[in-house]
Structures are given as structure tokens and as C-alpha cells.
Design a protein around this ligand. Sequence first.
Ligand code: EPU
Length: 334
Amino acid sequence: MRIENTFGIKAEAREVITYDSEEALRRAIVRIHEAYEGLPLLHIGQGSNLLFLSDFDGIVLKSDIKGLTVQQETDDEVLVEVGSGEVCDEFIDKAIQRGWYGMENLSLIPGQVGAAAVQNIGAYGVEAQDVIDEVVGISLKDGSQRIWKRQDCQYGYRQSIFKGDLWGRYAITRVIFRLKKHFEPKLQYGGLVKAIAEAGFTKDTLTARQLRQVIIDIRRAKLPDPKEQGNAGSFFKNPVVPKDLAEQLMSQYPTMPHYPANEGNVKLAAGWLIEQAGWKGKSLGPAAVHDRQALVLVNKGGASGNDILRLCEAIKKDVEARFGIELEPEVNFI
Ligand code: EPU
């Protein structure tokens, strides 16, 4: 069976199983253990962060668990439980409609709510971990349930315990978000204030709906729509490097973008490094570097996972030769 993925790469699995409740998932787990003993399992969302290098000789699981349930509400906050199969951007839209705030900056990121919690998606100064309170999962081994508080999820930049130690061991079925009932825009990301003014909005009277619109417009201007051109968003992570190396590069390239990171390290912009290495807008066979955002690799049509991988390797080699920095893919290779 064909595995859906936003890169538009052809990949088959033995079976793709979609479940719409925890009970249905438990039944599927029992059946998989009986019918496919020993075959690997892969849990995916909408396949917006995956690169298939070959067919997957195993079983693919997908959540179609829907629904929003308010668990607790005060004058200031709401705790809302969301099915992992909800489309993240649709949830953000519904939240704003109901007067629940905090996720506006994550607008238009492709993918489902469950994947957002696994990947700790982030954009324009906000990360999923800023609004997640708890994550609920089901063991793929025995169907037992486990709940993680946010502080136990080992969240970091595009990282979590679900991508780390627990990779492949749990299906996330529900995510509990803690959202604000008073809108407090997060506008620290460089260029956001300017974009708000350019859109004709005023910072002091800005609404959540307006901020969402500004974010959507920025993304549409820079990032290719996977429906038109296969891609998985940022292909690489922004590298976090020791301060010494960053300072040395900054003296050589004074305009190089850089941001403070954890433990006195410095985060650099992979898109900038790739552009400087001459790859922006360039192709290698049917794989290409997007012409408006060099961090995004695209399938020009008919590319295989290995075509994309070849481009990835060529970029890595050039960036390493020029800057001494090893880029790490953000996309998961399967
Ligand atoms: N830049 C270039 N050339 C390029 C691309 C970027 O010089 O081709 C420069 C920009 O001018 C800017 C800096 O690099 O000074 C950063 O660029 P941008 O603000 O576009 O963001 P990014 O660091 O490239 C990250 C996330 C995006 C997220 C944006 C906005 C990662 C891997 N990517 O990109 O996330 O939308 O910030 O917050 O952290 C994704 O993960 O799929 C994704 C799209």
C-alpha cells in the first residue's frame, strides 16, 4: 500500500492502518502482532517530515483520532485535549475562533497534532512545547497507556523523548494543550513587527486572527506548497555551534545571521549557509533547492528518495568544506 508523504515520493508498505480511537489502535496492535510477527512498525502523521529512501517492509500506522474536549477552564486559561489525528493548522484556527490563544505563530505548519508533539514543531519564536501540557500515548508493544507531563517529554529544538529514547515505541493518541484566554502576541522573531505594519495592522490593536494571517502570508511567500511541489519544509536543522567557531565565522562574514542558543552556544541559519555555498535555486537531477528558502529541498517531479539524498549529501559536503559545519537533516530518513 502506498504511503502518503508530502515529498511526493513513491513508497509502499505491507499495510497502512488508520485508527480512529484508542480501542481501534489496540485491536490493530493485537492483529499486527499475530499477522506480522517481527515486522517493523512505523507511525506517521501526514508524512510531512519524512524522506523514504526505499519501500518500507513493515506496517505503517496513522492516527485519525479527532476531537477537542475542554478538560479545565479558568478566566485566564483553558486545558484542551485534542485527538492526535486533528490537522494542527485546523486546530489553531478553531482555537482562535473560540478565544484560545498561544499557537498563532505556528499557523500553516503542515502535519497533525500528534506529530507536532513528537517533533516539537516551531516557527516565528514559538514551539509546540510552549503550549503542550501533557501527551498521551499507547504502547505499540502491549497497548498500555502512558501519560507524559510536558517536563518529562525532554523537549528541545525539534527534539523530544518520542523522537529520542522512545522512538518507535508509542503511538501518540491525544495531546493536552494549555492555551491562554487573553491574547498576548509573541513578536520577538526578527521581521515580524515590520511584517505586521506592512500588512496594515497596528501592533497595539493586533488580534490573534490578524497575527495568524501575517504568519500565513510570510510562509506562503517563502515556503513551497507541498500540493504544488513536493517538500518536507526545512530539510536541515539550524546548526548549533560553539561560541568560538561562531565568532570566527562572524568576523569573516559580518552579515551572517546568528542567534543565542543553549549553554552559551550559537545557532546559525542553515538557509544562509546553503545560499552562501551557492546552492539556492540549484538542481541535481529531479531534486532542487527552493529558490526562495535554501533550507527547503523540493521534488521537481518524479524524484526518488535517493535523488533527494544525493542533493542533501552534495550540500552537506560543500557547507562543510566552506564553513567547517556539519549540517544535520531535520527530516527523518526511512
Ligand atoms: N536565509 C538566507 N537564505 C535562505 C534562507 C534563509 O540567507 O535561503 C537567512 C534569512 O535571511 C534569515 C535567516 O537565514 O536571516 C533565517 O531564515 P528564516 O527566518 O527564513 O528561518 P529559518 O531559520 O531558515 C526556521 C525554521 C522554520 C521556521 C522559520 C521561522 C528550522 C530548521 N526551520 O527556518 O521551520 O518556519 O525558522 O521561525 O528551524 C520547518 O521546520 O520545516 C520550518 C519551515
